[in-house]
Design a protein around this ligand. Structure first.
Ligand SMILES: Nc1ncnc2c1ncn2[C@@H]1O[C@H](COP(=O)(O)OP(=O)(O)OP(=O)(O)O)[C@@H](O)[C@H]1O
Ligand SMILES: [Mg+2]
Length: 509
């Protein structure tokens, strides 16, 4: 299939000195044209040369760590390097790139098996498979990242330069054994990732957001901005998306809290999900959208499409960064404003972080009940002030009191998510925005999380409870949707009383 493999007439091998490690292959030189052959355009030759150089460098280090993330012996790297070098002497990378992934893999598999045989490398079948996987990942995929990307238990992959890769597993950030050949291999992989969504990352545009084909969110920041080498952050897409039932199993919310969230989703409350970085906001937003009726037209606006709505009538929109000339940017605000002309019944904003807050609030109180968004903040109270400052910073000439009134008139519920220090993610507050007292927005917690202590394994012991409010502000909505009984039952069941039989009240509002 490839010039180099086919035994047909062509330049004999030797247009380039064979690497020393190929000694044992030397007895059986391959013939066949080395493509791009000497007659090929100079550019193609240069490209192929570059690709090969990169490939050789990659082979010299930890490639993909197979299906696991274990450290490899030096011997393994030696063998890999030898086989890899022989492989790229044998195949034509430019031609390989034209094949679909499956055929390319097959091609590599055949040649690697042959090389192993010729070189008399002693390996078990399992080791061979691992080596093969490793090499395929380097040539065809995202190199050392592949095994991490294949694991569904990883939430985040954080690569800080070639030799430092951290992953988040079960809420804890740990260092991974994965490493890259050098920063230019890492940069190449970053480039490979972002070019799939038509973007570019290099010194002149060193910041880039992208998405992997599986939906994982990617951010790249390259030198000179990132001082210690290209820095890649991937929020892994969960193939099995978390549902509210699973959040209950994980202890993120109690069964009664889940009922409350279901009702909130169903009865078209306007919701802001608040929380710190990686606290589970997007996951929670996804869960809440599951309770939206099937016949509603939903429009989602995101910087990088992460939400996985299951309803049949969903329009997904994504922002666009400016191009190199600084043109063509489509901001979140542009999207939210455009939404309003698309006859939405609900608008969902992946993350509110700027002046689009104003448009979302307007949408919320102009007939798009049940709109939702997430926002970075550490408490429901802070969420209100963040909203306020986003609107102020957006240049809207409104007095603070008017902005607060606008917030009160728009947002019904704030759900606060938090990542506790033991790595667990919890819903810490389900809070209603009640109204204004003078200049101050009043909030009322319906559900809170109490921290009770810590067990012997360092796990934080918590308890979800309702705060004893029997008639929340959302009562009327619940009535309209026939949900009052469920609502009252959930609130009553989650009540906790003190020694004197009085319900424990609110806290931290
Ligand atoms: N309750 C939970 N229990 C366990 N894992 C969770 C929980 N909620 C979310 N996760 C996992 O935590 C990771 C981060 O979640 P998510 O993307 O929802 O956070 P986020 O707050 O939106 O983050 P960011 O601020 O970066 O947008 C994901 O891998 C997700 O699967
Ligand atoms: Mg998010």
């Amino acid at each position: 299939m490839f010039g180099k493999r086919a035994g047909g007439p062509g330049k004999p091998k030797g247009t380039r000195p064979a690497p020393p490690s190929l000694g044992s292959l030397g007895g059986q030189p391959r013939t066949g044209a080395r493509a791009p052959a000497a007659g090929a355009p100079a550019e193609a030759r240069v490209d192929a040369g570059r690709a090969e150089d990169e490939a050789r460098r990659i082979a010299a280090t930890d490639g993909a760590a197979g299906s696991s993330d274990h450290a490899r012996s030096e011997e393994y790297y030696d063998v890999k390097s030898t086989v890899f070098n022989a492989l790229i002497d044998t195949i034509d990378l430019t031609q390989l790139a034209k094949l679909d992934a499956e055929s390319a893999r097959e091609e590599i598999r055949d040649i690697v098996a042959e090389i192993i045989q010729i070189k008399n490398v002693v390996m078990s079948i399992a080791e061979q498979e691992e080596l093969l996987e490793d090499i395929c990942n380097d040539v065809l995929g995202y190199g050392p990242l592949e095994p991490l990307l294949a694991r569904d238990d990883i939430a985040d992959i954080m690569v800080n330069g070639a030799n430092n890769c951290f992953i988040e597993v079960e809420g804890k950030v740990v260092k991974s054994n994965v490493r890259f050949a050098d920063n230019s291999q890492l940069m190449n992989i970053c480039q490979r990732i972002v070019s799939q969504v038509g973007r570019r990352v290099d010194e002149s545009s060193p910041i880039c957001d992208a998405r992997l084909p599986d939906g994982s969110r990617v951010n790249v920041i390259a030198p000179p901005l990132a001082i210690d080498g290209p820095t890649l952050t991937i929020r892994k897409f969960k193939r099995d998306r978390l549902t509210l039932d699973q959040l209950v199993k994980l202890g993120s919310i109690s069964p009664e809290g889940k009922t409350l969230l279901e009702i909130i989703g169903r009865v078209r409350c306007n919701v802001i999900i608040s929380g710190g970085t990686g606290s589970g906001k997007t996951t929670l937003l996804n869960c809440l959208t599951a309770y939206i009726d099937e016949d509603e037209r939903i429009i989602t606006c995101e910087d990088s499409a992460e939400l996985q709505l299951q309803q049949p009538h969903v329009v997904r929109l994504e922002t666009r960064p400016p191009n190199l000339e600084g043109e063509g940017e489509i901001t979140m605000r542009d999207l939210v404003r455009n939404c309003l002309r698309m006859r939405p019944e609900r608008i969902i904003v992946g993350e509110v972080r700027g002046p689009e807050a104003f448009d979302l609030l307007q949408a919320m109180n102009t007939g798009h009940d049940g709109s939702m968004g997430t926002l970075h903040s550490n408490s429901p109270r802070e969420c209100i002030s963040r909203l306020e400052s986003m609107i102020m910073m957006g240049g809207f000439q409104l007095p603070p009191k008017t902005i607060r009134e606008m917030i009160t008139g728009s947002v019904d519920i704030i759900v606060q998510a938090s990542r506790l220090r033991d790595g667990s993610r919890k819903i810490t507050h389900i809070t209603e925005v009640v109204g204004m007292e003078g200049d101050v927005v009043t909030l009322q917690n319906l559900f809170v999380l109490d921290i009770l202590g810590e067990d012997a394994n360092g796990k934080i012991i918590t308890r979800h409870r309702s705060t004893g409010i029997a008639r929340p502000r959302m009562w009327e909505r619940a009535e309209y949707y026939g949900e009052t009984e469920r609502l009252a039952a959930a609130l009553a069941a989650a009540e906790v009383t003190d020694d004197s039989g009085m319900p424990l009240g609110e806290k931290n509002v």
